[in-house]
Design a protein around this ligand. Sequence first.
Ligand code: ADP
Length: 399
Amino acid sequence: MTAHVLVVNAGSSSLKYSLVDADTGVALATGLVERIGEESGGSHTHTGPDGTKHREDRQCRSHEEALRTAVDAFGRIGPSLTETPITAVGHRVVHGGARFADPVVVDDQVLAAVADLVPLAPLHNPANLEGLTVARRLFPDLPHVAVFDTAFHQTIPPRAYTYAVPLAWRDEHRIRRYGFHGTSHQFVSGEAARMLGRDPAEVNVIVLHLGNGASATAVRAGESVDTSMGLTPLEGLVMGTRSGDIDPALHAHLARQFGWTLEQIDTALNRDSGLKGIAGQNDFREVVRLRAEGDPAAELAFDVYAYRIRKYVGAYYAVLGSVDAIVFTAGVGEHNPDLREAALAGLDRLGIRLDLERNRGEVDGPTLVSPAGADVAVLVIPTNEEWEIARQTLTALGR
Ligand code: ADP
């Protein structure tokens, strides 16, 4: 029988959900409740089986109210949960620390462990915990599974996850690299092996997940061996509003020279940096538009963004020794051929080439954009984190 997994992604003021057919990955419904707990501007969108997006103004006071609103929409708009019963609920949880390398069936102990990890993900884990708690209250008879964004990266060896910092920091405060976007990297690297018609255990892949957040992962034989995000999602590639790699002494410099607080610096690096910091726009489409008009700041932002990707491709090529595929995924990776060209140009000696025509062609589903027979296949593969969460939810339930 087909299993339908309700995938829940609870943010601090939002709740995203999707009812996924775990066999096909098709979403029978998707929805988003925004500005939960805020004064005004709340909204709810629900897209049912016919693909029509229903939007209403809706101020939800709590995540519980938000989830009830979603359940109500299934009744009003569809699909009916009586006719399409939910098999299980899969929760996206950002931080699983060093404790969770796999998805787990949620019980009180798991909730306590997620709470224990709040210091490592102070913005995300409390919201995820709230999502888990209210969903268990609303669906007490269904199994709930937590799928961690960090889990796929738990195979990264100590030489790659260790920061060269004092022992006490690492031992007592769990300071190390964890990595994020794990479900996406796992899904996409698996799809890459499938596209190449090979066993995942035989292929090495560099995955470039370029969305609002962005990260690169080196995948050897189906396992993550290095990734660009670290203790937090700030490290690594240039993102929409995050700086990515910077000199770690920058905080001290700004604090000493200008008296800025850690809070101000942290906010600026996470929210006002990246593409937004350089071009004034965090949306890549806007950067592309301004660049086409000859805006020098947008040109620089594009350059810095592409150059950082190229550096990580080189680094992960060296980490893996040999590379079978480079995969572009998420909003920017899937939709911007110029960026793919800029990031990979001139790497022929590494066996990396694009077929310029294919790269510029329509990308609708997994697409090969390198010449046939090239040493390294360059692929564009739409990510589907919800499907991966649905599949992992069933795996955790032994189905
Ligand atoms: P998230 O990380 O929130 O899942 P997405 O994967 O949707 O984000 O990626 C969002 C980014 O993708 C934005 O910067 C957006 O501008 C960019 N993007 C989306 N569509 C296109 C497109 N057609 N061309 C260029 N960039 C795009």
